[in-house]
Design a protein. Structure first.
Length: 512
């Protein structure tokens, strides 16, 4: 079943080269990780995925690599039909193994002996002596290209091979022959791994995304097939007895939607990780006590079969994907929201604090259904950011004294805006010259109410003289419905072209 316990945290991602990585292998001491790519480059990686060293090992892609038991050397298999043995410390090639007639696709180093195995596209499996670079023997049991060759770590006399002939074979090195044939796959087998605790458990993955598990001591013939094969170990002449056919003890027919490229067990053997061409890495575990529907899910029966059994809801999966896309689109829109601030002003109105004025960073109050309010219209004749301009016939000193009575320094807050009748100034309290006359047209008439959204053309109650407040339909987007509308998100005008470019690259999707 699919493991659904604690989430895995992938803490580090490292980019190496400009081509695909084809092989990766930990050292036996878990101190180093070797990786190789299509350019033939080998990378040395620390457990933190730091890359302190790299070198070019082959001129063709490196398909597989393996450490020696002592970690002092390692071997690489390449599409140039050769294998090379390297000194790990100096990165120098000790020897080259040649003999395959086509691309070398896999290799492995015996866990305790001086023995190397390789598999090729020429359908052959070869065993090598790393000290003399001599080919010890060649096995021709497969009928198609080899994809996997790996020794058992628990029973070092067993060798597992798999190929694109839909079969995997278990060889006994003592007899140099196959003792088991793993059947059941409908497509070529692309990966294989031994269980780290149970020596008879083998897992395989294929091109059609199927994940099978075999028990070498249980044939498990399917219904309708009578298996009369016996193990060669129980035959009178083990060297001539036919190989025993083994069928899957457990099948996950729809583990992935595409080819499974890699399989590996947790060192404790309770979790199996699978990596596939469908860009998913999945983790599998055994069923928990009491779980009966875990083998009837979409991974075992397929989506249609699981939906027919009632163990999987196709609509629920689609709804989850749609909600995730909508959330991503909303996050993108919030990131592109217009962040323009209102113009800075040197005055504020009691009850209507404006952000950024006189050290006041409180946000402007909101009108239901509207966004933040732009600054109110300026008082007639008054400038912004300083003392008002001189008025003809008025002593500037007397006007400064008047301003100090209402707030102190010229940059202090001004009194509330005047009512439509005129400025609230008592000229009888001013010591003006006897021949002083007010200028023609002073005080000026109140400004006409500016147009705004429906319902605000007459001004805002409690704020005389601020009719309309200069709101424009283009400044805030309000849904139909007046005060109950919802503000819509929109990208910055300066980011329209950038947003279109991101949409063309597929980095920004609109929720469906």
């Amino acid at each position: 079943m699919l493991w659904n316990g604690m989430a895995f945290n992938f803490e580090t991602v490292t980019t190496m080269g400009s081509s695909s990585l084809r092989a990766a292998e930990w050292s036996n001491g878990r101190d180093w990780l070797l990786a190789a790519n299509d350019e033939g480059t080998v990378y040395y990686l620390q457990p933190t995925l730091n890359n302190p060293h790299k070198f070019e090992a082959h001129e063709a892609p490196v398909r597989d690599l393996a450490f020696a038991p002592s970690d002092a050397k390692f071997v690489t298999a390449s599409d140039d039909q050769s294998l090379k043995i390297w000194d790990f410390t100096t990165s120098k090639c000790d020897s080259t193994l040649t003999g395959h007639n086509w691309e070398a696709k896999s290799c492995d180093w015996h866990p305790s002996k001086g023995l190397i195995v390789s598999g090729s596209k020429d359908h052959s499996v070869k065993l090598w002596d790393p000290r003399t670079s001599r080919n010890l023997t060649t096995l021709h049991n497969h009928k198609n290209a080899l994809t996997v060759t790996t020794f058992s770590r628990l029973r070092d006399c067993l060798l597992a091979t798999a190929g694109r002939d839909n079969l995997a074979r278990i060889f006994d090195l003592r007899m140099m022959r196959d003792v088991c044939i793993l059947r059941g796959h409908e497509k070529g087998i692309t990966t294989l791994c031994w269980h780290p605790v149970h020596p008879s458990l083998v897992s395989t993955g294929s091109d059609d995304g199927a994940l099978y598990s075999y028990l070498l001591n249980e044939p498990n013939p399917p219904v309708g097939i009578s298996s009369s094969d016996i193990s060669p170990y129980n035959a009178d002449d083990p060297s001539r007895a036919p190989a025993q056919s083994i069928y899957p003890a457990h099948r996950i027919s729809h583990a992935h939607e595409s080819s499974i490229w890699s399989l590996d067990w947790h060192p404790l053997g309770h979790i199996l990780a699978s990596g596939s061409n469908d860009h998913f890495t999945r983790f599998w575990s055994r069923a928990r006590p009491g779980e009966t529907a875990c083998f009837k899910d979409q991974f075992h029966l397929g989506e249609e079969g699981a939906e027919a059994q009632g163990t999987w809801d196709r609509k629920f999966g689609r709804r989850q994907a749609r909600e995730q896309e909508e959330q991503e689109a909303q996050d993108e829109a919030e990131g592109l929201e217009d962040q323009r601030m209102p113009a800075q002003s040197a005055f504020s109105i009691p009850g209507l604090p404006l952000p950024g004025l006189n050290g006041n960073s409180a946000p402007a109050p909101l009108i239901p259904g509207m966004g933040s309010l732009p600054p109110p219209p300026l008082l007639p004749g008054l400038g912004v950011g300083g003392a008002p301009p001189p008025i003809p016939g008025v002593d500037p000193a007397m006007l400064a004294q008047l301003l100090q009575q209402h707030g102190g320094a010229p940059n202090a807050q001004f009194p509330p805006p005047p009512p439509p009748g005129g400025l609230p100034i008592d000229f009888s309290k001013l010591k003006l010259p006897p021949d002083f006359k007010l200028p023609s047209g002073f005080p000026p008439p109140p400004p006409p109410a500016q147009g705004g959204p429906p319902g605000l053309s007459g001004g805002i109650p409690g704020l005389p003289g601020l009719g309309g407040l200069g709101l424009r339909g283009g400044d805030t987007n309000v849904a139909d419905g007046g005060a109950g509308g919802v503000r819509k998100r929109a990208p910055l005008p300066s980011q329209q072209e950038q947003l279109k470019a991101e949409q063309q690259r597929g980095n920004y999707r609109i929720a469906r």
